[in-house]
Write a protein that binds this ligand. Structure first.
Ligand SMILES: Cc1ncc(COP(=O)(O)O)c(C=O)c1O
Length: 640
């Protein structure tokens, strides 16, 4: 970064550099102190902002240190309200003849606290839940205490699943069984006849429309779930045969998650409506159209149809859906159905932020070493390297780089053959880094950067070691190259003068983050600040409420992080409304079938043997066993 830019830097530059206002959906901003804030509308309509640093500080003081998963309850409530209100506006402005009933798919974030909050915030909108398994159905039945809300059962369903749903229907719960495969029809009919309950049946259709984006395998002919037109006809005939066509009420499809292009959303609705109208024509009761998930989150803030973005607003989504349904069904004279969506990521992504600190850095820069200065008697290869570095000018960048690389590699080869010393090799590495940094600094001065040198800024970027596990907390970053906004949550009034990739504390070379959102395109490094002595440097990964908490794993036995939920009030104060301490070492060991007590016993025996053989004193044994038990009950992450 140029000196002038560094001096003139302000928070506004940081807001632009990290795109905070682009991806933040109005929920995140920064304050005068250069700290990221969360901005919410409180229960009485006041706009309040709270610094994430204040939240992190308070949590740490309460014993919930970093890494910390922060859930902001107000944002969960706000997203549910935004989705419902936006559909209500679209329905009203288009003159649509029915209502919207959203359901949240539990699989997107199964955490009890999240589902409870969704049920609570969704109550006034009759927002329901989608259950994809027996376990999720049991959770939904117990948590959703509103019989106006819907429970949509997707996924494979055995008799137990269906029986439970049918019996809950007797309590007034509005449950829909969505047929995903032809064989499920038999099971539903059999169970319903036995239980003497008229079931609410839905059917998932396979749309031919294929969508863009990462998760497009869920759409098109080869999608795993759903019935094709032949199966659909067979199902209708089977239900007619059992006099159950009045039970077939819902048509469901799911194009895939994170659909970035509004055109694909519209095409999907149009095709689904054709099926819907034909099922009405066949004599099915119908009444509900379930569009599944797909409402995307603009992770990079680019507002484009790029995989991690979306080229539409929530309002456009709702209006397009409503208009597309009306456009097709009105011409067929079919009554408007209840519109259901199963938006997962759009509901929960914003409300969770992972906060973590940086433990250490590696810089690819020359270092001061004693006794490594070159003198005339040094190996000629070293002297050649020195010459190459001294002669770098903007006119010979590529040539100088090639020379420096060649001489550095020659010195490495000489070292392998024992012909130069370790100190000489260190001098060569240092000189090379000096040359590479000099070339990097001159890249701005040339009109065209040679292809070989374009990657130099990345090659020379720092490594910042983060106190977290990508596999546990951000699994999609590792598994499917998902990008999330990643930003320092403080010091934003200072120019970030370093650029870095982030490495986690698992000892896995995949445990790194080297894709970051950028203004026009993804970047391979993140602008960061130099660490300060005795001051934590804290980064936040944003928009991680969907799928990340659910899919994380125990790689290297790093467990669940600490979690706090906060609720921001009218006066701008906030409560730590809920907290969960992260896994202890004993917890994670027991998940992989160790027995902490048995482990202690083995270690105790080892220590006792050492006392007997005189290696340690009984007092030392006491100390060693104390250290062992304290570690066993400690946090799996780096503790200060
Ligand atoms: C059937 C179904 N409904 C809803 C969703 C949630 O999708 P999204 O998170 O994109 O809203 C999914 C996830 O892929 C799904 O499979």
């Amino acid at each position: 970064m140029k000196q002038r830019q560094v001096q003139d830097w302000s928070g506004e530059d940081a807001a632009e550099l990290y795109g905070i206002r682009n991806w933040g959906a109005g929920y995140f901003d920064l304050n005068e102190a250069g700290e990221i804030t969360v901005r919410v509308e409180t229960a009485s309509g006041e706009i309040r902002s709270v610094s994430l640093m204040d939240i992190a500080r308070g949590a740490t003081e309460r014993g919930l240190g970093l890494p910390l998963l922060l859930r902001i309850e107000n944002l969960l409530d706000a997203q549910i309200a935004r989705i419902n209100q936006s559909f209500a506006r679209a329905i009203e402005s288009c003159g649509y003849g029915n209502v919207f009933r959203g359901v949240f798919p539990i699989k997107v974030n199964q955490q009890c606290q999240v589902i409870e909050e969704i049920a609570k915030a969704g109550r006034r909108f009759n927002h329901g839940l989608e259950a994809g398994s027996k376990a999720e159905l049991i959770a939904a039945l117990s948590i959703l205490d509103n019989t106006e809300s819907l429970i949509i059962c997707n996924g494979y369903k055995d008799e137990e699943f269906i029986n439970l749903g049918l019996q809950a229907q007797r309590l007034g719960v509005q449950i829909f069984f969505v047929v995903e495969t032809p064989s499920e029809v038999d099971t539903i009919i059999r169970c319903a006849e036995r239980e003497q309950v008229r079931p609410n049946i839905g059917v998932r259709v396979k749309l031919a429309s294929k969508v863009g984006g990462y998760w497009n395998a869920t759409s098109g002919d080869r999608s795993i779930f759903g019935l094709g037109s032949n199966d659909l006809i067979a199902m209708v005939d089977q239900l007619r045969h059992h006099d159950m066509l009045d039970c077939l009420k819902l048509l469901h499809y799911h194009l895939g998650s994170q659909v970035p292009n509004i055109r694909d959303i519209r095409t999907g609705v149009l095709e689904a409506c054709r099926y819907y109208a034909d099922l009405v024509e066949e004599g099915a009761a119908m009444g509900y159209l379930d569009l599944g998930g797909g409402l995307a989150v603009d992770y990079d803030g680019s507002k484009t149809n790029y995989t991690h973005s979306k080229n539409y607003s929530l309002d456009e989504y709702c209006v397009d859906v409503v208009e597309a349904i009306m456009g097709t069904l009105d011409s067929e004279g079919v009554a408007h159905p209840v519109i259901i969506t199963e938006s997962g990521r759009a509901t929960v992504a914003y409300s969770s932020v992972l906060l973590f600190d940086i433990l250490d850095t590696t810089r690819f820069e020359p270092v001061e070493l004693e006794q490594t200065a070159l003198s005339d008697g040094d190996h000629p290869m070293l002297m050649n390297l020195l010459d190459a570095v001294n002669n770098i000018t903007p006119k010979n960048l590529q040539e100088s780089y090639n020379d420096a690389l060649y001489y550095r590699d020659e010195v490495r080869a000489l070292y392998l053959h024992g012909q130069v010393s370790l100190r000489e090799r260190a001098s060569a590495e240092n000189l090379f880094l000096q040359g590479a940094q000099k070339i990097r600094a001159l890249l701005d001065e040339v009109d065209e950067v040679p292809v070989d040198l374009q990657a130099l800024p990345e090659v020379l970027s720092d490594i910042y070691y983060a106190n977290m596990s990508v596999f546990q907390s951000l699994p999609d970053m590792w598994a499917i190259d998902q990008v999330f906004p990643l930003v320092p949550i403080h010091r934003l009034n200072e120019a970030p003068t370093r650029s870095a990739i982030i490495a986690d504390i698992t000892c896995d070379c995949d445990g790194k983050i080297d894709r970051f959102i950028g203004r026009q395109k993804e970047h391979k490094t993140l602008p960061v600040h130099a660490l300060k002595e005795s001051e934590d440097y804290i980064l936040g990964t944003f928009l991680i409420g969907a799928y990340q908490e659910t899919l994380g794993d125990l790689h290297n036995l790093f467990g669940d992080t600490n979690v706090v939920s906060v609720r921001i009030h009218d006066d701008g104060s906030f409560d730590y409304s809920r907290e969960i301490h992260g896994d202890s070492i004993a917890d994670v060991l027991s998940y992989v079938e160790y027995q902490p007590q048995a482990l202690f016993e083995s270690f105790r025996k080892l220590a006792e043997k050492a006392v007997k053989s005189g290696k340690i004193t009984p007092q030392q044994r006491k100390q060693i066993l104390h250290t062992y038990t304290a570690s066993m009950s400690g946090y799996t992450y780096f503790e200060k």
